[in-house]
Design a protein around this ligand. Structure first.
Ligand code: HEM
Length: 454
């Protein structure tokens, strides 16, 4: 963007820049889109934990590795803003929610949202997760091929419709909201040049139409509940009832933006984690068998309850944790530097797009030996205790750690438990995993898997 170039040149006049590429490079631009993990690992090996890289014409600062994660998220976080980084690109769809705001506005909103994510609320949502997961698994046929990615995506949306809005997921308003939201979200998976077009008929114009439709549909539901005083166990009800320390409620617009942000932040992430877990279990059937044995021993013929899902199934949890290490769906944390700062002895200027990356940090061989291998036993407590702080950050860390962590973690466990109890997984012969990276990591072209009964 032109203002990025202007800010960069202003900053260059004030002093030297961190190491790294400064000239436009078609090769780096191509690799950023198609081979970003190895591109950034190569840059890290050459330049260390902070370096510059130009993608198309935009200059970005990458901060990579455990110390860098800790610096961006905790120790040096006052140096970075979210809204003016690439998070701001989400504004046309999700508006001013937690992902796109900073400072007092963000902190006050987060305090208002917190009660909706308390443990008891998640326990209520767990029943929805279990019911939906069981029904979705019942609909799968043994011996058939299924696209587990599409299956998990539909399931995660049904769970979101019930847990967020209290809607029957088969009702007209739920399917309309889901449809507009999915289409709006697909904008962020388009090739970047397509995203820059504006005017009638462009993807951006479609995105705006979808946002308007969502404003009308969700707005009508908010108005209905305010009029009737309807209260439910869903997150929307919790937001409508919440007040800040001075007793002020959220406005309708604020509730809308928060709900859409939660839908955005929770939907793709859970879908992708389930898909990548199934991919790894298909390649590592001994782990799938170990999880099935654990489920039989801990839960017998019953579905796991909320507490078991969150902390009572250590083998499943290690497999989920390892999946989130190898494929953290929210793989990049975009920011903008709001002041000059120094990290690892390197001075960096204000006004520059920056990012940390869990994905790249989780795949550094100096932190995780043999980093590309699926090895859930890395998460045994005695091995985990050796990691430096900031090494493992699939949910971020610090004051802005994922607010939906317990929700998402429980949801992934509930879906995985229902699937593994019933089925073994097999990948089509010769199928290579390709990864899409926008807006979150996902298996490109879905995840076809053959299911056989256990
Ligand atoms: C496996 C599931 C999930 C993963 C891996 C995940 C990952 C993350 C990560 C990495 C961040 C921090 C991003 C950054 O530092 O730039 C984040 C923030 C956030 N997540 Fe999640 N998330 C998951 C599920 C959910 C769910 C289910 C919800 C809501 C229902 C949610 C809501 C949010 C929100 C609102 C934020 C912003 C928090 C703030 O800035 O205060 N996430 N998530």
């Amino acid at each position: 963007m032109p203002h990025d170039i202007r800010d960069e040149w202003r900053a260059r006049r004030r002093g030297p820049f961190p190491p790294g590429e400064t000239r436009p490079s078609l090769k780096n631009t191509w690799r950023f889109r198609h081979d970003v993990l190895d591109l950034l690992r190569d840059c890290y090996a050459e330049h260390g934990p902070i370096f510059g890289i130009r993608i198309i014409f935009g200059y970005n600062l990458a901060l990579i590795g455990p110390e860098a994660n800790h610096f961006v998220l905790v120790g040096g976080r006052e140096n970075f803003g979210w809204r003016d980084g690439a998070m701001g690109h989400l504004l046309p769809l999700i508006g001013d929610g937690l992902l796109t705001t900073d400072g007092d506005y963000h902190d006050a909103s987060r305090a208002i949202l917190m009660p909706a994510f308390h443990r008891e609320r998640i326990e209520e949502a767990t029943n929805v997760m279990r019911e939906e997961a069981t029904a979705a698994v019942d609909a799968l046929a043994a011996g058939a091929a299924a696209d587990v990615y599409e299956w998990a995506r539909t399931l995660a949306m049904r769970i979101a419709m019930r847990a967020l809005f209290g809607f029957d997921p088969d009702s007209g308003r739920a399917t309309e909201i889901a449809g507009h939201f999915e289409r709006g979200l697909s904008f962020h998976g388009r090739e970047y040049p397509m995203q820059l077009l504006f005017g009638p008929g462009t993807p951006l114009a479609q995105l705006r139409r979808d946002r308007i439709a969502l404003e009308q549909l969700v707005g009508a539901e908010i108005a209905r509940r305010r009029n009737d005083g309807t209260d439910g166990a869903d997150i929307l009800s919790s937001l409508l009832a919440s007040t800040d320390e001075e007793g002020r409620s959220l406005t309708d617009r604020q509730v809308l933006d928060h709900v859409l942000t939660l839908l955005f932040a929770g939907h793709d992430t859970a879908t992708s984690t389930v898909s990548f877990l199934v991919y790894e279990l298909a390649r590592n059937p001994a782990w799938a068998d170990a999880i099935a044995t654990e489920l039989a021993e801990v839960c017998g013929p019953r579905d796991p309850d909320a507490e078991q899902l969150f902390s009572g199934l250590p083998v499943l949890t290690r497999a989920v944790d390892e999946t989130l290490r190898l494929y953290p769906p929210a793989w990049i944390g975009p920011r903008r530097s709001v002041r000059d700062f120094v990290f690892d002895g390197v001075r960096a200027p204000a006004g520059i797009p920056c990012f940390y990356s869990s994905w790249v940090s989780h795949r550094l061989p100096d932190v995780f030996p043999d980093p590309d291998r699926f090895d859930p036993d890395r998460f045994l407590p005695e091995r985990r205790a050796l990691w430096p702080r900031g090494a493992y950050v699939p949910f971020g860390m610090g004051p802005r750690v994922c607010i939906g962590k317990r929700f998402g973690y429980t949801e992934v466990h509930a879906i995985a438990a229902a699937l593994v109890r019933r089925f073994r997984f097999e990948l089509p012969p010769g199928r290579e995993l390709e990864i899409n990276q926008a807006p979150t990591l996902s298996p490109r072209g879905g995840l076809p898997v053959r299911l056989t009964s256990r």
